[in-house]
Ligand binder design. Sequence first.
Ligand code: FAD
Ligand code: DLZ
Ligand code: SF4
Length: 536
Amino acid sequence: MAEKLSISLPAAMKWVDLDPACSERANIMSKLRVVLGDQLNLAISSLRDCDSKHDIILICEVKTEANIVPHHKKKLVLVFSAMRHFAKELELQGFQVDYVEYSDKHNHGDFKNEILRACQRHSTNDILITQPSEHRVDAIIQDLANHSQLNVEIRDDDRFLCSHDEFNQWAHGKQSLRMENFYRMMRVSHDVLMDGTDPVGGRWNYDAENRKTPKHSIDIPRPYQQTNDAITTEVIDMVEQEFASHFGDLESFEFAVTRSQALGVLEQFIQERLINFGDYQDAMLEGEPWLYHSHISLYLNIGLLLPNEVIRAVERAYYQDKAPINAVEGFIRQVLGWREYIRGVYWLSGPSYKQLNHLNAQNKLPSFFWTANTELNCLKQCITETRQNAYAHHIQRLMVLGNFTLLTGIHPDDVNEWYLAVYADAYEWVELPNVSGMVLHADGGRLASKPYAASGAYINKMSNYCKNCRYKVSQKNGPDACPFNYLYWNFMIKNRKQLENNHRLGMSYRTLDKMSPEKLAMIQSDSQTFWDSIDT
Ligand code: FAD
Ligand code: DLZ
Ligand code: SF4
């Protein structure tokens, strides 16, 4: 038996019984249905046909997942509390749940050994699981399936609308994968916002109307809040004790932790924010982290909400005249388009995507990304809000934080680690393509046709951050100039070889070519002086 079982069991743990006769008995007896911390939905494929009399549902809190990066404390509370609430809900539905808590003294702290230990506890060799959402955990489950005498059934992850096969079929033979084309295909195949074969309203995309500059006077509703129950309070205490050194503040934990609460977040978004979602989608306002965004990614990504119900609810709101087409289409494009597309690219690209570094970025992440101790007000605001809320909206992540890491050439490993740690919605399948593809251009343009590099003018246009900044956004060079201004041109100079043939950057290179040698020298020396002042 030891020969066949290439997975190593802890010394104290002996495999109970792997002879075929017993396997057969186990088949009749019970299946171990493993539910991971991001699969918290009764409709998940691993729970389909669950036999409440015989089958055991295993949910386990493990060290490896909690410590793979210094996850934000609020993210840990969200995941553990949602897992515990989901286990309770399953029990109320009459299922048998085996829940392993983080501090259980028998807990081995990783999926493989906890699944094996549970098989032993329940005398079964039959395991059933929905495919994990990321390569690392998928490999652990494949390892169990390939190298042992266990019967492991891995079912498709039905928390998404586009299966791996469908995405691969769409991508097959395409030179470049463009989200807009994928999105239109999804609109048609799922019949979302369609008027026969035409898009509702006559246009596929209303993005041009979604770039309003914020005004101070806009009245922003409060985000969803709930009062923590005993389960969440216990988890908060546990996280405070066990993860004291992790990133982020734990004060005012107000996230939803059950499906019904998450549905409440969605409902509140549709009633109060959707109407303005489109107009202010790209806006950034000091002291207003939540704006008119939906704040549902953290629930979609752990299974408390499913994409189809979100899309249909928002589509319904349009037909009930609750929101205009630019808001509804803009929102649906994010969930039906971007989210599914990003996940498709992640799986199509395989684990090696993580190693890509097309622009050969080698710098270390500045330490102020963890402390918010910087004089660049836009970065200070976005990092402070990230520390407080485990949340920043898309433009903050892309055009402030991401833009800075792109312009200063931070190594993709450092940037990916930071994004995976600090946001409550961060899982590798969604974080990695957004960071390495969308922000850092590390994939050479597979995901985005050009790097989202921008000078201070963009940040000034879309936010009010520059008003309270010690730097002057209107100045291009010198000690008081906005660093984004010279860093932008320095980036274009440094990466000329890789970028100058990109037709979307043609205008920038033509402008660069008109600059005097003195101006170019100033850009480079300001950038060097700035970088030398940064603590990494
Ligand atoms: P809204 O603005 O209300 O948008 C609605 C929904 O659309 C989101 O809930 C989300 O599910 C989906 N969505 C929108 N844009 C994207 C996108 N680019 N990729 C995938 N889904 C999208 N999103 C994550 O869920 N997890 C991450 O780890 C993550 N990391 C990111 C890192 C970077 C550098 C960037 C630029 C974006 C990242 N995003 C990530 C995408 C996006 O920023 C968040 O989904 C969004 O800010 C979540 O807030 P919200 O729910 O209020 O979104
Ligand atoms: C994010 C997370 C954390 C922090 N902890 C756990 C855990 O203890 N147990 C668990 O099943 N899942 C956890 N998760 C979510 C997993 O990271 C996620 O399910 C996998 O990464 C999917 O591949
Ligand atoms: Fe950011 Fe530059 Fe504006 Fe300061 S001036 S907030 S550094 S964009």
